[in-house]
Write a protein that binds this ligand. Structure first.
Ligand SMILES: Cc1ncc(COP(=O)(O)O)c(C=O)c1O
Length: 428
């Protein structure tokens, strides 16, 4: 006898998105490598999958802090001092490392205050709806991260009017805000670094539009944290010079290699978010050992050593983008450690990722819905602890790939929203 859950599952498997993924799984069981299990990791940015050692170009740990003995020791020290978890929502109390980490993050970011969330996803899905009421509007870039989209849905369910504007398009943003009038307040939500293409938003133009339209700017800088701007403070301070009308979300999981996310900005706004962020009030905090790790990472970012780590990372990014450009490949981004190479059709993108895998290089094949349909990319993440031989080896594998599969050339760019010509970041 079938149960309600069986009928529910049957209905769900008929939805468009489930059918799309199922079709991919059925058609390309060998190419979709999403069920891979990493069996072992070595400190030199290699790991083992299915018995094979690969150079890992799919890690967000851009500065190599996951392997840094000081960060590892801080986390161990945190376990010894505080146990594995303090087991209480911050609605009741906060432990010392949480408060210290927030003070250190605010100081390092050059912001008045910061608030730590258990992830950037929980920041975006709490802070964005928390900032607005039903008299207000929330507009986001059409390619902003999924968690901004989820924040939009929660805000909408609470009566906030929401809309999405064309990727990185100030004119469309302005048109949208004009169409949405009258409203009381507005929030414009964008990514600081687009994680699938490595592209950056025009923050100065967006801030100008925000100030002229009773709006604030909310920048999810998850992939800028630690790796862009002075001392790794990300894209916002570098572009705007202050956080007067801006909230920035940063990641503690990616370059920080610890756990969590934060929102930084004016102290009065952060105080309000403490009262209006449901994920903080009704959910648990980042475990104390990771907060000790965060404090240690901030100390390293603030030390002269950071310049050397960043120089290694920037040199690796440069080596890869120069090399890929010289091969005539279409390189998106290129100024950040996410270097995406345009491939195009879904099947071709999966084949390209598999080809590199077989050459000993792990990169991610990113296809719809993470990028527009038919605009699949090979997403390469460069780390400070890659050595030149690993980058050169990947370039050699890309040269073989170019011979094996029909990849787009820099002169024949496939349409990608916000990218209709060869991006200027492609090395000449
Ligand atoms: C722009 C952006 N925001 C948020 C996230 C999610 O971050 P978290 O894992 O902390 O939820 C990601 C993850 O890649 C991201 O790229």
């Amino acid at each position: 006898m079938s149960l309600p859950i069986d009928r529910l599952i049957a209905s769900l498997s008929r939805t468009g998105m489930t059918r799309f993924f199922q079709k991919l799984l059925d058609e390309y069981p060998d190419l979709l490598m999403k069920d891979q299990t990493v069996e072992a990791i070595r400190p030199n940015r290699t790991f083992q999958i299915a018995g094979r050692w690969l150079n890992n170009f799919g890690s967000d740990s851009f500065l190599g802090f996951d392997q840094d003995p000081r960060v590892q020791e801080a986390i161990s020290r945190g376990v010894r001092a505080w146990g594995t978890h303090n087991g209480s929502s911050r609605a009741f109390s906060s432990i010392r490392p949480n408060v210290t980490a927030e003070e250190k993050i605010a100081d390092w970011m050059g912001a008045e205050a910061a608030l730590i969330y258990p992830s950037v996803t929980l920041a975006n899905t709490s802070a964005l709806p928390g900032l607005l009421t039903r008299h207000d509007v929330l507009v986001a870039d059409q390619l902003a991260h999924n968690s901004i989209d989820e924040g939009l849905k929660i805000a909408k369910a609470r009566g906030v009017r929401t809309a999405k504007f064309a990727h990185n398009d100030g004119a469309d943003l302005l048109r949208m805000l004009t169409d949405l009038r009258p409203y009381r307040h507005a929030v414009i939500a964008v990514d600081g670094v687009y994680s699938m293409s490595g592209q950056l938003p025009p923050l100065v133009e967006f801030q100008r539009i925000a100030l002229q339209n009773e709006a604030i700017l909310y920048v999810d800088d998850a992939h800028g944290t630690g790796v862009l701007g002075h001392r790794g403070r990300g894209t916002v301070l570098e572009a705007l010079g202050n956080y007067d009308n801006t909230l920035v979300a940063g990641s503690l999981s990616k370059a920080f290699s610890c756990f969590g996310g934060f929102v930084a900005g004016p102290a009065a706004a952060i105080d309000l978010l403490k009262l209006r962020s449901n994920s903080l009030i009704f959910g648990g905090p980042v475990p104390p050992p990771y907060l000790e790790g965060v404090c240690t990472v901030v100390d390293i970012l603030n030390s002269p050593e950071y310049d050397a780590i960043r120089a290694r990372l920037d040199a690796n990014v440069h080596r890869l983008t120069e090399g890929a450009g010289a091969l005539g490949l279409v390189v998106l981004g290129g100024k950040v450690p996410i270097v995406s190479i345009l491939v195009g059709a879904e099947e071709l993108t999966l084949q390209a990722g598999k080809f590199l895998f077989e050459q000993g290089y792990y990169v991610q094949s990113v296809i719809f819905p993470a990028v527009p349909h038919g605009a699949g990319v090979l997403r390469i993440q460069v780390n400070a602890n890659h050595v030149a031989e690993q980058i050169d080896g990947l370039l050699a594998a890309l040269a073989l790939l170019k011979k094996a599969l029909p990849l787009p050339q820099a002169s024949t760019v496939i349409q990608f929203p916000g990218l209709t010509t060869v991006p200027e970041s492609i090395p000449a």
